[in-house]
Design a protein around this ligand. Structure first.
Ligand SMILES: CC(C)(COP(=O)(O)OP(=O)(O)OC[C@H]1O[C@@H](n2cnc3c(N)ncnc32)[C@H](O)[C@@H]1OP(=O)(O)O)[C@@H](O)C(=O)NCCC(=O)NCCS
Length: 245
């Protein structure tokens, strides 16, 4: 009934599961609790479509807490001309290499604080920050179907955007700019470089996921011709308290 999430459980040192399908009855929700206790889970994740009112009401009545709004945006890649990246003075973009890992990890530790791992106080913020550092490093280890675009400002590494292509679908994964590099158009330039790379790889459309609370990211993608594709809600239910400090 509940899938055990090995990676999350090992990383956060808590037993974490995910409920793939919401139950349809109160008895079904009770069975979820029983299952969580039998599996000795600390936390269960649940992702619901925003239109699924019955399941949302059931989850709330069963003690699941809303922690994030998962917002997917997408755009098509036209066969004709795309906007080339426009760079602010002193800035440049290039594809990152494994040697850039520590500089990109330092940014990743600081910038992803709008996600559910930070809004849910059960997770240790330092550990959540480390998760994004591990994640950006893992992109740099991949050699096929992935590209990591890196932004430099006055010679310093200040941001990244990761791309992965599967068939004709491009997916943007992590995007981040150091605080001092925001509001200059560098996010827009990174996005244009990523979309151009996807076009060269033969993608016909591109998707990106952000958080409902992340207005700067939403504005960035909307400026880049991305449109709303899907809204989902993340819930967490905890069966144990956070570890004492
Ligand atoms: C999301 C994020 C990358 C966006 O960065 P950004 O600085 O807003 O993006 P840009 O560099 O394109 O700057 C755009 C802003 O600068 C302004 N700007 C100034 N000069 C500009 C130019 N030449 N071209 C484009 N925008 C310019 C724009 O008007 C825009 O302002 P607005 O968002 O208030 O409309 C950044 O906020 C960030 O790193 N956040 C933390 C990590 C994160 O949330 N990542 C996304 C996860 S999905």
């Amino acid at each position: 009934m509940i899938d055990y999430l090995t990676w999350d459980s090992q990383f956060f040192e808590r037993h974490i599961g995910r409920l793939p399908n919401p139950p349809q009855t109160p008895e079904g929700w009770n069975a979820v609790d029983q299952s969580a206790r039998i599996q000795a889970l600390d936390c269960v994740y649940l992702l619901l479509d925003i239109a699924d009112s019955a399941s949302i009401a059931g989850a709330e009545a069963a003690g699941f807490n809303l922690v994030d709004l998962r917002y997917t945006l997408s755009r098509e890649i036209p066969g004709n001309q795309l906007n080339a990246p426009v760079l602010p003075a002193g800035a440049s973009l290039r594809q990152a290499a494994p040697a850039d890992s520590s500089a990109l990890q330092a940014i990743a530790r600081q910038v992803h604080t709008d996600t559910r791992f930070f809004s849910d106080p059960h997770f240790d913020p330092a550990r959540s920050a480390e998760m994004y550092a591990v994640w950006i490093a893992s992109y740099l280890e991949e050699v096929q179907y992935v590209s990591v675009w890196l932004a430099e400002l006055l010679g310093e590494t200040v941001g990244y955007l990761t791309c992965r292509i599967t068939g004709e679908l491009g997916r943007i994964g992590l995007v981040g700019l150091a605080p001092q590099a925001r509001g200059l158009g560098l996010g827009t330039a990174l996005l244009a470089a990523g979309v151009e790379w996807f076009a060269q790889q033969g993608a016909t459309h591109v998707e990106v996921v952000t958080q409902g609370r992340n207005l700067p990211a939403q504005r960035l993608y909307q400026r880049g011709s991305f449109h709303s594709a899907r809204l989902q809600l993340w819930f967490h239910k905890w069966y144990t308290s956070p570890d004492p400090e």
